[in-house]
Design a protein around this ligand. Sequence first.
Ligand SMILES: [Zn+2]
Length: 408
Amino acid sequence: MSAVERLIRYCKIDTQSNPESGTSPSSQKQFDLANVLVEELKEMGIEDAHVDEYCYVYGHLPANTDKNCKRIGFIAHMDTAPDYTGTNVNPRIIENYDGGDIELCPGVVTRVDQFPQMKKLKGMDLVVTDGSTLLGADDKAGIVAIMETIEYLLSHSEVEHGPISIGFTPDEEIGEGPKHFNYEEFGADFAYTMDGGEIEVYSDETFNAAKATVKFQGFSIHPGSAKDKMINASNVAFEFHRLLPEYMRPEHTEGRDGFIHLGKMSGNTDQAELQYILRDHNRTKLEKQIERMKDSVLYLNQIYGEGTVAIEIENSYRNMKEIIDQHPEVARIAKEAIQELGYVVECEAIRGGTDGAELSYHGLPCPNLGTGGGNFHGRYEYCCVQQLEQASQLIRLIVDKTLKETNL
Ligand SMILES: [Zn+2]
């Protein structure tokens, strides 16, 4: 079976996660793919492959060398995004893509002016959808790259390698990938999530993230006799919001800019509440944003009286780079491997979180690597076949370099 055949087979299995269910896994159908993967791993010769009650698949490829070598892990997620349907995925291959618009079905066109990065794929083979579903290359391309590598290593016993851990997780798309991750079972010293787009992109930086809930207590009184007495909680909430810099709203930020985003508001005269999310790659800057909010609370309480405004801050996740920088070999090995494939490494600071952020803070340093897919979470999603094959070569190079690294 070729990598692309494998991709198409996995994409046809519906594994959409469900943010509403409140269960783990969030949808039972993720087991449909999990069971297939366990069976395939066992057929290949991964004897301990299994799926647990939360739908996490684990397996281990033992070292075939006596040399001392760190245990390396590879992780991909099985679910597809809730944003777009993943039922009856019907992929099609475009050979030798001409670099132009692609008609997926009558009236549904992947336009190059909307997705200009597609020009770079001229001459490649692409897997695309029939325009009615997403593809699911996010992240089944990652699973394919890992499976292909394991199969290769098991059928080429002359290729020396250290111990390798395999992990396929559910519910990444609803932010719960690491929720029931069994670190002991996985057992790796460091790992890579195979969950990115272009193959030359290496990511080990995420936002630092916090949530702020600001509550306003007013003084409600009949508006007819309110003079010099009423404190309208909703108006104080507006004042608070105006004290925040407009240029830090998400719609004005990009690249390495942080932001403060008002996600929810409610209120009447008596009480009001504003909910914000705060993001920045730089932790000191994020703390400054939080300080600025706290100063605004103090200022308004001075005007309206103690207890009018209260703020609660909750930390969500942290930039994994802080952890990965403590293990420089993890970045170096991956970057060298990308270069060896003939690319110039592009380091991307993710404007969000990844499973790797939480895994890294749990003691498993875990940058993210590309698999050749693009236009994720919708019907314009595609996967570049040549880059998909290279993703598996990338893993092989990383395995090889890890062995050499510890035996210099
Ligand atoms: Zn993904």
